[in-house]
Design a binder for this molecule. Structure first.
Ligand code: NDP
Length: 288
């Protein structure tokens, strides 16, 4: 029994369940200690790769999984940003490995999987989160932007899943979390390329789910609405960028990266027989 944990006189009511009875029988401070310890060890011994971990949703997700006890592998192109995230995680007592990765490069993807397995011997959770949103009308779009979105948001995610899958299949369990978007469910003008990638993520994930779900491998599609991150800063069309920034920041209270990280943590901490296949999370005041 943890230090200071003193059972109170039980005031069990008819109809209380076992959890309520346990909770009501401890002093609040001791109970908080028990709950904190439980949270810190929820993912103890698990290994999670997070792509796009240098900022935004990926960074928050890596921190959140590490805080729950997972060893996290941080992947993105900006090594300095990854090192800063890793430092924060380790200073909180967590475990992090930095593997600078461009998900459009096959060699980088293979190296990410190999280094993870060398260091930790498993891939329990793969969060495919890296993405770019280069919004433009198609008749004004640069082909290079269309290619980049496909290569990062969709092909990178497919290739990394493909590379990690044999490792996962050797294990009893594993979990693939693919970050899609509301743009994976609703298409709209000025977003054809981005929509195509996110619809693709949803289709790919569902098809893979059907292939591997009986092998103990779970899949989750995460579909955020507007989240306040760096994502819109890279929009090439200044007018669209301004519209998005005004629409997002001035007309609604956008989500924070931590809101999505919590949803991902929820999905990956469910019991093995529970497969949270899809989560759509919008700011309350986002209409579409
Ligand atoms: P950020 O711009 O903060 O994060 C994007 C991440 O992707 C960065 O860490 C970036 O790292 C990484 N990345 C980009 N290109 C590559 C590449 N070639 N190889 C490896 N990593 C790459 O935005 P968000 O956190 O918002 O985006 C995360 C995911 O969430 C994306 O898939 C996005 O589509 C999705 N999403 C975001 C929404 C929002 O409103 N913000 C809404 C719905 C979905 P680096 O530059 O260091 O490589």
């Amino acid at each position: 029994m943890p230090r200071g944990l003193t059972p109170r006189q039980s005031t069990t009511n008819v109809g209380e369940n076992a959890f309520q009875r346990t909770v009501s029988s401890y002093e609040p401070r001791a109970l908080l200690q028990v709950m904190t310890t439980a949270l810190e060890s929820e993912l103890a011994g698990e290994v999670a790769i997070v792509t796009g971990a240098s900022s935004g949703i990926g960074e928050a997700t890596a921190e959140s999984l590490a805080a729950r006890g997972a060893s996290v592998v941080l992947a993105a192109r900006r090594a300095d940003e990854l090192e800063a995230v890793a430092e924060r995680i380790t200073s909180e007592g967590g475990d992090a490995l930095v593997v600078p990765t461009d998900v459009t490069e096959d060699d980088d993807i293979d190296a990410l999987v190999a280094e993870t397995v060398d260091e930790f011997g498993a891939i329990d959770i793969l969060v495919n989160n890296a993405g770019v949103m280069l919004l433009e009308r198609l008749d004004e779009a640069a082909r290079e932007h269309l290619r980049q979105m496909i290569e990062v948001n969709l092909l990178g995610l497919m290739n990394l899943t493909h590379a990690a899958l044999p490792i996962m299949q050797e294990q009893d369990t594993a979990h693939i979390v693919n970050v899609s978007s509301t743009a994976g469910r609703q298409a709209g003008a000025k977003s054809s390329g981005y929509n195509a990638t996110k619809f693709g993520v949803n289709a790919f994930t569902e098809a893979v789910r059907q292939e591997v779900t009986t092998e103990g491998i779970r899949t989750t599609i995460i579909e955020p609405g507007a989240v306040d991150t760096e994502l819109q800063e890279h929009i090439p069309d200044e007018e669209i960028k301004q519209q998005i920034e005004e629409g997002m920041l001035e007309s609604m209270t956008p989500l924070e990266s931590e809101d999505i990280a919590r949803a991902i943590a929820y999905a990956v901490t469910q019991p093995q027989h529970v497969n949270v296949n899809e989560m759509l999370i919008r700011p309350t005041d986002q209409q579409r």
